[in-house]
Design a protein around this ligand. Sequence first.
Ligand code: CU
Length: 202
Amino acid sequence: MKHRRLIPVVALSFVACGGGEPGSGGNNNDTNTSSSSAMQPAATRPPPSGPLTIPDWYTRDDDTETIHLVIGAGDIPDNNYWNFNGAINGDIAITVPLGYNVMVHFDNADPNMAHSLGVSPQIENFMVPPEATPIFEGAITQNPGSMIDGTMPGEEETVEFVAEQAGNYALVCYIPGHTAVGMWLHFTVSAEGEGGVQARQL
Ligand SMILES: [Cu+2]
C-alpha cells in the first residue's frame, strides 16, 4: 500500500541543512555526488565485511519470525538524494534469516524525484536498469520504474515478502538510471539464521 505521509519519519541532522540545489533530475550524469564511492565502475562492489550490527531501523522479532526494515530514499542530500538510508553502491549489506517475513517500510524524502525499492537477483551490471521482477513475490513497490507514478516525494509504502531462499541479492531502485549512479544495497538471506547490517558508512 502507498500513501502520502505528513511528517518525516527520520530526522537526521543533515536534513535540516537543506542547502544545495539538487541537480537536474532529468540528467543522470549531472547528479551532485559528494561520495567518492559514486565514482566506482558499474561492476558489483563486494559487500562490506565486519560483524553484523542492529541499527535502529532494523527490528527482529523471533516470535513472529518477522524482520522490520525502515528504509528511506533521500533522507540525506548525498548523491542528489538518490540513496537508501544515506548509503549507495552497496555500502550497506542487509541480512535477514531464511524463512522470515520481511516488512520494508519505505519512505521517499527526496523533495524532487520518485524512487522505488525492491529485492532483485544479484546484478552484474548496474548501468543497465534492472528488470522490475523481484526475487521474492511482493518484494517490490508499486509502479517501480515510473518517474510519475512510483513512490513519489513525500509518499511512503510498505512491502512484505517471505525470504524463502538463501542467497545474495540486491536491494535496488528501479527508476531508470538510478542504479547506475549507485542506488542499490546488498541484501542477503542467511540459511544460518543470521540477521543484521554491515556498513561501510552510516
Ligand atoms: Cu531512485
